[in-house]
Write a protein that binds this ligand. Structure first.
Ligand SMILES: [Zn+2]
Length: 253
């Protein structure tokens, strides 16, 4: 591959890794400096010594990358581990939840489009999932993800008639918010949220980064909020995350 000069070191989180040809690996990485990119690690499949334990999903790395003249694929010249988060690989529930997080970051980002707030949210989420309570972190991540992508749903009142959100309301994707029973008599298929769940989503979206830890979410509401946000994301992207089914099992039914 025709290369250019190496770039200054970049910080990134490995989102996915796949094999390329007989001897190479390609890593999909979300970097703070350059957004999402794909980088080829030459020879990494045959001799993993240079990249031992480094090209693993969920790992934060300091990266030495060289751009290519001919394609958007970078060449990975070196990597140092910042955080390997081993807890996410040895527990299938944590692995499933972290896989969902990384898949959604792939779906919600574009190549070469830096999103520093999302980069911070991703690192924070994976750190928390590494040893914290995943059933609490997943809804927190999803609410903040949707907010950062500019799609915060309307939750203060019915999105159609403006009636206050005092009782249960149904999420209406087409209206980008909750609607009351009068405005949606047929039940258009979105999840039903009670007033406390609607308030919790608002609080999570409004909380400054790092202050969400004070927000309590009951066991039943964790699943309701998570499902609501997954379905809304699926509707917005027209793509359901493949890892949702496995991740849903972190919630007791
Ligand atoms: Zn209404």
């Amino acid at each position: 591959m025709a290369g250019c000069d190496p770039l200054p070191p970049a910080a990134g989180v490995v989102l996915d890794v796949f094999e390329h040809g007989e001897s190479d690996l390609i890593a999909v990485i979300f970097t703070r400096e350059r957004g999402r990119l794909a980088a080829i690690a030459k020879g990494a499949k045959k001799s993993r010594r240079r990249f031992v334990n480094k090209l693993e999903p969920f790992t934060s790395l300091e990266l030495l990358l060289s751009p290519s003249r001919r394609s958007t694929l970078f060449r990975l010249d070196g990597a140092e581990i910042i955080s390997s988060r081993p807890g996410l690989r040895f527990d299938h529930r944590r692995y499933a939840a972290a896989s969902l997080v990384c898949e959604l970051v792939i779906h919600w980002t574009r190549e070469a489009d830096p999103a520093p707030e999302l980069f911070h949210l991703l690192g924070w989420t994976l750190d928390q999932m590494d040893n914290g309570d995943i059933s609490w972190i997943l809804p927190v991540f999803l609410v903040r993800l949707i907010d950062l992508t500019g799609h915060r749903p309307l939750l203060d009142a019915c999105a159609v008639c403006g009636a206050a959100a005092s009782g249960p309301m149904r999420m209406s994707h087409a209206h980008h918010g909750v609607v009351c029973r009068r405005c949606d008599p047929q039940g258009s298929g979105g999840t039903v949220l009670n007033a406390g769940e609607i308030r919790t989503i608002r609080e999570l979206a409004d909380a400054p980064p790092g202050r969400t830890g004070r927000i309590r979410i009951g066991a039943k509401s964790r699943r309701a909020i998570t499902e609501t946000m997954i379905r809304y994301s699926t509707w917005l992207l027209q793509k359901e995350p493949a890892s949702w089914k496995a991740a849903a099992e972190i919630f007791p039914s």
